[in-house]
Design a protein around this ligand. Structure first.
Ligand code: FAD
Length: 480
């Protein structure tokens, strides 16, 4: 079922009328002004089927100029809009709350250029992440980010959520790898910040405002990305540990011993493993037993097959001797690697098969990392299934709590407890998914009042009518 929101519609917004639709038909191809009920119902609901809007119109622009004309019209008419990419976001940011017009960038999927010396890719924002990865791999490069939703998410959506994902440990945040953006502001102005330079200290670096702003400040239409070279040797180990302390120590040792070749360090508890094994067809544990408490995936990527393998094997042997690892297996080929990754990447997919899932995406100091999972398990007892997994190498825990259906009594047992706990331990209530609708009112757990006020001022400056993705990111009360 869907988790209803009780946010009232902002009466300052106009209602869409026949003249608006006729106007959109003059600026876009007719078939890209979508009123078809089936397509609208898919665009109105999020990936988890938790948030549902009631938009009557989906627009599919093909160029920045079309986005500009749409926004210019919506702004002058005070029509609210929701920018949408692959609609894989996990905080209810990509779907309307009420009747906002949906602007999806799927048709803006062209690659503009690739500088093969510096590895700089320029493309439109609607390009699907996996398509960019495949294109680059043929050219000897890779995308600096990778995540389970790669087959559907768009690079514009990744940038707007400042997505982290599986390569963050090695290649860092999009704040480092995005070199430039083209953005259309609420009033239709096209802002050309599409630089392709590594270094450019001419004034404020405004692109950073849009990275992670979840469609609330502008629509990203083009991007310039610094892409690392594709290295030829990749190794992947699937390991079992007896307790969380061993996982922590293993991380420290992996950073020390594997150094420059370490490219991913992912973590999941036995409850996550059980979930995947019981809900996803064809997934099996690569280890002889599935009775361990914790599992770690370690990936190395380097340029020398023999050297990298020797380094990894020596590290694994030592860690086993020291008791940090109880069991483990190194993938022998690409098919086995994919099957290891399928377990880790399939957790989200498996979690929504249970019924309802409450997802928390927390940044926590490493010594506190697993404490909240155990606390929630004790707190909720039999009524819920609680799992913990995530990007341990980046201090990012995904805490998922699953029940048969959404229930306000259960929610009251989880929130605000999870947020208070995170705040008390100096963590962040959103490591990589953003705030969206789910956490707009919770921002104060992670940001000071002065900081939130400056964000509100920036929002008012860039989008005075607040037409861009209303009700999301910042608390509504800040605008009263
Ligand atoms: P959408 O879901 O369509 O939109 C997300 C937000 O961005 C919305 O607020 C929307 O309004 C805005 N937006 C979208 N496109 C634009 C644009 N062009 N301009 C302005 N605003 C825009 N996230 C991680 O960080 N790391 C992970 O490892 C990860 N793994 C995932 C695994 C699975 C199976 C799933 C389902 C999700 C995962 N996510 C992860 C969350 C999600 O995939 C990311 O947030 C992704 O970056 C969203 O991209 P999207 O194109 O689907 O955007």
């Amino acid at each position: 079922g869907s988790a209803a929101t009780d946010i009232p519609r902002n009466p300052a917004f106009s209602k869409l009328n026949a003249d608006d639709i006729s106007y959109f038909r003059t600026i876009l191809d007719e078939r890209n002004v979508v009123e078809d009920e089936d397509r609208l119902s898919a665009a109105n609901v999020d990936w988890m089927r938790k948030y549902q809007g009631s938009s009557k119109l989906l627009l599919l622009p093909k160029s920045s100029q079309e986005v500009s004309k749409i926004l210019h019209h919506c702004n002058s008419r005070k029509l609210a809009v929701v920018p949408q990419g692959g609609n894989t976001g996990l905080v209810g940011g990509s779907v309307p709350v009420h009747d906002e017009v949906i602007i999806n960038l799927a048709l803006m999927d062209k690659i503009v250029s690739l500088d093969k010396i510096n590895g700089i890719l320029v493309c439109e924002a609607g390009c699907i992440l996996e398509n960019l990865s495949l294109f680059l791999e043929n050219e000897g490069f890779i995308m600096p980010l990778d995540l389970g939703a790669k087959g559907s998410c768009q690079i514009g959506g990744n940038i707007s959520t400042n997505a982290g994902g599986l390569r963050f440990l090695r290649y860092g945040s999009l704040h480092g790898t995005i070199l430039g953006l083209e953005v259309v502001l609420a009033n239709g102005t096209i802002l050309d910040m599409l630089g392709t330079l590594r270094k450019d200290n001419t004034g404020y670096d405004l692109k950073h405002l849009f990275i992670g702003s979840e469609g609330s400040l502008g629509i990203v239409t083009k991007v310039s990305v610094l892409t690392p070279p594709k290295l030829m040797s990749t190794n992947l180990a699937f390991l079992a540990c007896k307790d969380f302390t061993s996982c922590q120590k293993l991380l420290l040792e992996a950073k020390r011993a594997l150094g420059e070749v370490l490219s991913a360090f992912e973590f999941m508890d036995s409850h996550s493993m059980d979930l995947v094994l019981s809900h996803l067809d064809g997934v099996r544990t690569p280890l002889p037993s599935s009775l361990y408490n914790f599992y770690i995936l370690i990936e190395t990527t380097g340029s020398d097959e023999t050297y990298d393998k020797t380094k990894l094997e020596a590290f694994l042997l030592r860690s086993m001797e020291e008791g940090l690892i109880l069991d483990g297996v190194v993938a022998q080929d690409i098919n086995q690697s994919s099957s290891f990754w399928r377990i880790r990447e399939g957790i989200s997919e498996a979690s929504i098969k249970v019924g309802a899932v409450y997802k928390y995406d927390l940044s926590l100091p490493i010594d506190q990392f697993y404490g909240i999972v155990e606390e929630m398990r004790n707190r909720l007892g039999e009524v819920a299934k609680v799992i913990g997994y995530g990007h341990l190498g980046d201090g990012n825990l995904h805490l998922n709590i699953m029940t048969a259906r959404y229930d306000s009594d259960i929610l009251a047992q989880i929130e605000p407890y999870v947020y208070e706990w995170t705040s008390k331990h100096k963590g962040s209530i959103s490591a990589e998914h953003g705030l969206g609708l789910m956490k707009a009112n919770k921002i104060h757990y992670s940001k000071s009042p002065e900081t939130v006020q400056l964000m509100v001022d920036i929002k008012k400056l860039l989008d005075p009518n607040r037409i861009l993705n209303p009700y999301k990111v910042l608390p509504q009360s800040c605008f009263n």
